[in-house]
Ligand binder design. Sequence first.
Ligand SMILES: [Zn+2]
Length: 99
Amino acid sequence: MLKKQEMVVKMEIPIYSGVMDPLGRVVLPIEIRRKMGWLEKTDVCFFPGQEDGEIIIRENPAAAPAHNICLFCGETRGLIEYRKKLVCESCMKKLAGLA
Ligand SMILES: [Zn+2]
């Protein structure tokens, strides 16, 4: 059973095909980052999966909230944590206005 903030990348069914650079870096597609709510500078950990050729990428819970910026606008001041995500007061008011 996967937790919300982790995903399994199965090598036999690629959802993205990319080339690793000499430093071992690959791009995590924007669709996945958006789905996970992972912004720039999100601190992630890699774990071996259950099967060969499988890895688990998980947001580092020790670093959460990792980015210290508003999920919606990037503001760094006056942040409020809601469901492990940071939202600034301005965006929180806008969201409250939608209710
Ligand atoms: Zn905001």
